[in-house]
Design a protein. Structure first.
Length: 347
């Protein structure tokens, strides 16, 4: 999917000036109003930047749009909570997104970030908040879903609002419960497995210098790049790109580079990724989910060691994912795909 290009500097800024001007009494004909507007915007950005919870929440909200667009079963993903809204009943709250699936179904989706480590810990929202969202969804006769990003686990769940547990004036759900009733598979999400390890090998060019000097340094020219799955060399270009993607953004940790040296010459450098613990007699190991890989890639483009640098990356949504054909059969990169279906006993 691709993002429809907009020009926020042309339309959104003057729209924001107008929205704030209703409250502040700004006039487009008054230069002082424009200066006051710019000062308020600069101060608002500083205050927002100093609120990590707000910044991370907005980044995760934007991330879900990319995840939904990348997974392959959405025809359209549209931000819903933008622009003016005129209603008779003011007890309404527009959710974050409207999604149209490729089968024609439509959903509203409200996105939330949960930073709990304990899978049994409850994510809780007030009844008044959920009621306002539900009232909006009912106005448009469209089902409402809650997308929760369990950030400590890099896991997305997508559940009907009715799937939360009611406790007086609050509703809650744990990650353990949400995974059981999640409908992320409707967006195209699945768990991916393959045969470990995955290896990326840089081979030096034997026709160029590659000797290691007395200080342990070597200058070399790359002669070939190879990928392996288990003991099999991957030759197909699509499979090579898949292997590299999962090495970069899957759940398996990457070990320290391994150099192969003979007679004082560097022959190759291997980068190997494998699960920390093997599952006996299974024949494959899980790399994680597609949504998790997309989210990890998204984070690489938006977060640095210093913190959140931007809410949304500049690349198109489709650039963050990999679309694996439904009838895909690996040649040298075998893949196991598990589509997790919700259960009515999830709660």
């Amino acid at each position: 999917m691709k993002r429809i290009e907009r020009h926020p500097e042309k339309f959104d800024v003057i729209g924001l000036f107008n929205a704030m001007g209703i409250r502040e009494g700004y006039s487009l004909l008054d230069e002082a109003s424009i200066g006051q507007f710019c000062n308020k915007i600069a101060e608002a950005i500083r205050q927002s930047k100093a609120n990590p919870r707000l910044v991370h929440g907005l980044r995760v909200e934007s991330m879900f749009g990319y995840v939904a667009a990348c997974l392959g079963k959405c025809a359209a993903v549209k931000q819903e909570d933008a622009g003016e809204l005129y209603v008779e009943d003011t007890d309404v709250q527009p959710p974050d997104y409207r999604i149209v699936l490729d089968n024609g179904d439509e959903w509203f989706v409200e996105v939330k970030n949960c930073h709990e480590m304990d899978v049994t810990a409850q994510y809780t929202r007030k009844d008044t908040y959920l009621r306002a969202l539900t009232n909006y969804a009912d106005l448009f006769n469209t089902p409402l879903q809650l997308a929760i990003y369990w950030s400590r686990w890099n896991v997305w769940t997508l559940i009907p609002v009715g799937g939360l547990n009611a406790h007086g004036d609050r509703h809650s759900v744990s990650m353990q419960q949400a995974v059981k009733i999640s409908e992320m598979s409707m967006l195209g999400d699945c768990m991916i497995g393959t045969t470990p390890p995955l290896m990326f090998r840089l081979k030096t060019d034997p026709n160029e210098p590659r000797s290691i000097d007395d200080a342990g340094k070597v200058i070399f020219t790359i002669g070939d790049v190879q990928f392996y799955c288990g003991d099999m060399r991957i030759e197909d270009e699509f499979e090579r790109s898949l292997a590299f993607y999962f090495m970069m953004f899957g759940d398996w940790p990457v070990g320290e580079p391994e150099a192969r040296i003979e007679n004082g010459e560097l022959l190759s450098i291997d980068f190997v990724t494998a699960p920390e613990h093997a599952t006996p007699r299974q024949g494959f190991e899980f790399l994680g989910s597609l949504s998790g890989a997309i989210s990890r890639y998204y984070s690489c483009l938006t977060v640095s060691d210093q913190g959140v640098e931007r809410l949304t990356p500049s690349v198109e949504p489709g650039a963050l994912g990999v679309l694996i054909p439904a009838n895909y059969e690996g040649k040298h990169l075998p893949l196991w795909r598990f589509s997790l279906q919700p259960t009515s006993q999830g709660r």
